[in-house]
Design a binder for this molecule. Structure first.
Ligand code: DX5
Ligand code: ZN
Length: 216
């Protein structure tokens, strides 16, 4: 069964506690927390302070997705805010290996995200050092966009690389995941499904999470 990671970006921030409670009472495995700086991506979300409020509501695994430049400046702040996994973008990190070591030294799991145009081969020399690969299936910055179909091919390639070397890194797919395409994404080799709008715009949010969990 896939790991389900609802994205709080699509939550109602006027009733954040309620939305976190809903996730806590659902089959959701992870909280996916999206951080945007208005520079690496054309949108601004929130920072460590709001993240800490979110993580304080849950015992579930908190997966923080940094869509920011200079993530090294903020790694410690997000560790203190309760991140279990910290994912940085390969496109924002000229010294990626150093970023990964820093995250691990701070006691978190480490993830690397790749944008839709970045080939999976770019991960070849970092894959053994990380816990999560976040394959972006939309251009990062906004919830509610359509899944880019070419991503399926990348997931398959990545899964092959991981299996060939018997690595334990998880493939997370982020952007445009729906009940309709979830099975093809899992069949391609994904371990973790991020879902923002699909969960939070559903009339029965808990039911939708359960349905995503049960698709495989
Ligand atoms: C996009 C974010 C995603 C986003 C997914 O930049 O990284 O996590 O919230 O939202 P949906 O599932 O609505 O595409
Ligand atoms: Zn994300």
């Amino acid at each position: 069964m896939p790991i389900i990671a609802p994205s709080l970006l699509s939550a109602n921030f006027l009733q954040l506690q309620q939305d976190c409670d809903m996730l806590n009472n659902s089959a959701a495995d992870w909280f996916h927390i999206d951080i945007m700086d208005g520079s690496f991506v054309p949108n601004i979300s929130f920072g460590p302070m709001v993240t800490k409020f979110i993580t304080s509501t849950t015992k579930k695994y908190c997966d923080v997705h940094l869509m920011i430049e200079n993530p090294d400046k903020y790694a410690e702040a997000f560790r203190d805010a309760g991140a279990n996994n910290l994912t940085v973008h390969i496109e924002a990190c000229p010294h990626l290996h150093r970023n990964i070591q820093q995250i691990k030294t701070l006691g978190m799991h480490a993830g690397v995200a790749i944008n839709p145009h970045t080939p999976v081969n770019a991960l070849a020399d970092i894959l053994a050092d990380i816990d999560v690969v976040c394959v972006m299936s939309v251009n990062p910055g906004f919830g509610g966009q359509s899944f880019i179909a070419h991503t399926l091919h990348k997931i398959k390639q990545l899964r092959q690389m991981i299996d060939e070397h018997s690595l334990s890194v998880k493939i997370e797919v982020d952007g445009g995941v729906t009940l309709q395409n979830a099975k093809s994404i899992v069949d391609a080799g994904a371990h973790v499904l991020v879902a923002g709008n699909t969960v939070f715009k559903a009339t029965d949010k808990v039911g939708m999470i359960g349905a995503l969990k049960g698709i495989a």
